[in-house]
Every structure is written in C-alpha cells, then in structure tokens.
Design a protein around this ligand. Structure first.
Ligand code: HEM
Ligand code: HEM
Length: 289
C-alpha cells in the first residue's frame, strides 16, 4: 500500500467512526439524557432501548465488528499461508478500527444503563479498549519494517549510523549538544513503571531541543529553508530511533506484560457477552428474526 492509499484507508476509518458518533449523538441525545423512569414515555423508546429496533441492532453490529476485528487479526498474524496477504501493520489498523467503533455501537446499545451481570462484559470491554490504546503506544516504540515485522538491534544500529553520518551537516557545537542529549546515561534509570511517563516527557524535550536547533540553523548562512527543515527532520528521526534502541529490551518486556493484561479482559468480555446473548434469546428477543 503506497502512502496516498494508506491515507485514504485511514481516512475512511476516521470518517466512518466520526460519522457514526455524530449520527448516534444527533438522533439520540434527547432520549439518552432523559431519566430512566421517563424513557418509556418517550417517542424514541421503542427504537433506542437496548431491545429496540435500533438499540438491539447496534448491539449486534457492534459485537460482530469486535468479533471480526479480533479474529481476522489473530488469524492473519498466525497463519503462514496468509503471511503475504497484506501488511500486518495494516491489519492491526483494521483491528483498531473495528474494535473501537464496535464498542462505541455497544455503548449506545446499552442506552447508558449498565445493570446486571452483563455490566461485567461492558466494563471489560472498556478495559480492553483503554489498554488497546496503551498497547498501541508501546507497539510503535518497537521499531518495525513497513510490513510491521520487528527490526533486529544490529540492523537498527546500522540504519542509525547511515542516517546520521551520511546526510546531516552540523557544526561541532550543535553536534556535541545532540550527542550529549543522546548519551545512554539518560535512559539508564528507566523502569517498567516509569517508562511510559518518561517517553511522553522525552517527546516534549526532543521537540524543545529541535526547536532550539532550528533557530540556530536558521541564523547560519548558506542554508536554505528546505535544507533547515530536512536537517531537522533527519535529526528528529535519529533522536527517536536512538531512544527506541535504548528502550528496546524494556519495551519488549512491557509488551509481554501488556498482552497478559489485554487478553483476559477480552476473553471475559466475550464469555459474558455470549451468556448475555443466550439469555436474551431465551427471553424471546430476536431482533428482526
Ligand atoms: C459486548 C457486547 C454487549 C454488551 C456489553 C451488552 C450490554 C448490555 C447492557 C448493559 C444492557 C442493558 C441491561 C439493563 O437493562 O440493565 C443490554 C441489554 C440488552 N442486550 Fe446487550 N450487550 C452486548 C451485546 C448484545 C448482543 C450481541 C445482543 C443480541 C444478540 C444483545 C441483546 C440485548 C438485549 C435484547 C437487551 C435488552 C434486554 C432487556 O431489556 O431485558 N446485546 N446489553
Ligand atoms: C473490544 C475491543 C478490543 C478487543 C476485544 C481486542 C482484542 C485483542 C486481542 C485478543 C489481541 C491479541 C492478538 C494476538 O495476540 O494475536 C489484541 C492485540 C492488540 N490490540 Fe486489541 N482489542 C480491542 C481493542 C483495541 C484497540 C481500541 C486498540 C488500539 C487503539 C487495540 C490495539 C491492539 C494492539 C496494539 C495489539 C497488539 C498486536 C500484536 O501484538 O501484534 N486493540 N487485541
């Protein structure tokens, strides 16, 4: 998938997600904001209650989206015959799309009342979605090829050397500033507990450093605007790559812990949801069937 196609792919996901949210709020806000005891007297009740034509439909479609989002990604990731079928990275994006819009539809299916045993399924779903966002953050800290495969440490170090020595023309002053910033010392005290906060803080510090370097470069003669931007972009790439190398082992460890946390909530959600669906069918709720 080239860059433009990828932008369209992600753009469609965002458009579908935002349009769904807008339509659900636009058509339902007056009903969902009523007190529970007032709802049965509202004109929209028969449509939007959890067993209503739309409310029930939202539960079914949202659940199907989550089932497809999880199973398609897990199958693509594990089955050898499918390894050449699209990049894993793009399938993960598909997983993230279906598994965020699906829960959104289920949220409106509940009509914002979370009673009974099925509320365990609901809160597990919330936990999986939130942990998904954290997992995605850790995932992008581990350098990967465009296909989504991990790059090994030696290859990374080679890339770093090439990108720095071949293309950036810096004076000694700036170079020593950058080198001192990149010294491994900085990353030595990071633990699994403080790492996420550290990385977020580091992002801001890198941005600040680049801003100050940019203003120094701008005053240098002989450098065009485009050259300044290119130099800054390459430096940014190097700073981020260097941090990722320093963090690699820790991120692998965190990602392993993260899987241990993410999966049980997903299983709990699906198991209780199955019981919930079984019970509703037993009570005669069959939607359009
Ligand atoms: C993870 C997925 C789901 C969650 C978290 C969920 C959650 C809920 C919640 C919180 C309620 C309201 C309970 C109450 O009135 O206090 C509800 C009601 C209901 N759900 Fe779901 N649901 C899910 C999926 C489904 C699916 C797939 C179906 C149908 C196949 C379904 C059918 C129903 C029906 C018919 C009701 C109304 C029951 C009644 O009024 O007694 N749900 N659900
Ligand atoms: C109800 C919603 C969700 C469910 C049930 C769910 C379930 C899962 C499961 C079962 C896996 C393990 C896949 C495997 O090991 O093959 C997984 C992986 C993952 N999910 Fe989700 N997920 C949900 C939402 C999300 C969201 C909203 C995001 C991000 C915004 C996300 C990001 C990830 C990431 C980064 C991985 C790791 C991929 C890998 O290790 O290859 N998930 N999810």
């Amino acid at each position: 998938m080239n860059k433009t196609l990828h932008r369209i792919y992600i753009g469609i996901f965002f458009a579908v997600g935002i349009t769904s949210l807008f339509l659900l709020i636009y058509h339902g806000v007056d009903y969902y904001s009523l007190q529970l005891e007032e709802r049965p007297f509202d004109i929209k009740h028969d449509l939007l209650k959890p067993s209503g034509y739309i409310g029930h439909g939202l539960g079914i479609i949202g659940t199907l989206m989550m089932i497809i989002g999880v199973s398609v990604y897990m199958i693509r990731k594990r089955m050898r015959v499918l390894f050449s079928f699209g990049y894993l990275k793009n399938w993960l994006e598909f997983h993230m799309f279906l598994c965020s819009v699906g829960p959104l539809l289920v949220l409106f299916h509940t009509a914002f009342k979370f009673g009974g045993i099925v509320s365990i399924s609901f809160w597990s779903m919330v936990a999986v979605v939130l942990s998904g966002v954290i997992g995605r953050f850790i995932y992008i800290q581990i350098p990967r090829t465009i296909q989504g495969k991990e790059i090994d440490l030696e290859e990374l170090q080679n890339q770093l050397e090439q990108s720095f020595t071949s293309s950036i023309n810096l004076n000694n002053d700036i170079r020593s500033k950058v080198d001192s910033y990149l010294s491994g010392e900085r990353y030595r005290n990071i633990t699994a507990v403080n790492s996420l906060i550290f990385i977020v803080r580091d992002m801001f510090q890198i941005r600040k450093l680049l801003r100050s370097i940019k203003s120094i470069l701008k005053t240098e003669k002989g450098l065009s605007k485009i050259e300044v931007v290119e130099t800054i972009n390459r430096l940014k790439e190097r700073l981020i790559m260097s941090r990722r190398i320093q963090h690699l082992k820790l991120m692998h460890r965190l990602f392993r812990y993260w899987h241990i946390f993410h999966l049980p909530f997903a299983i709990t959600m699906f198991v209780i949801m199955l019981i919930h669906v079984g019970v509703t069918i037993l009570f005669g709720y069959k939607w359009i069937f």
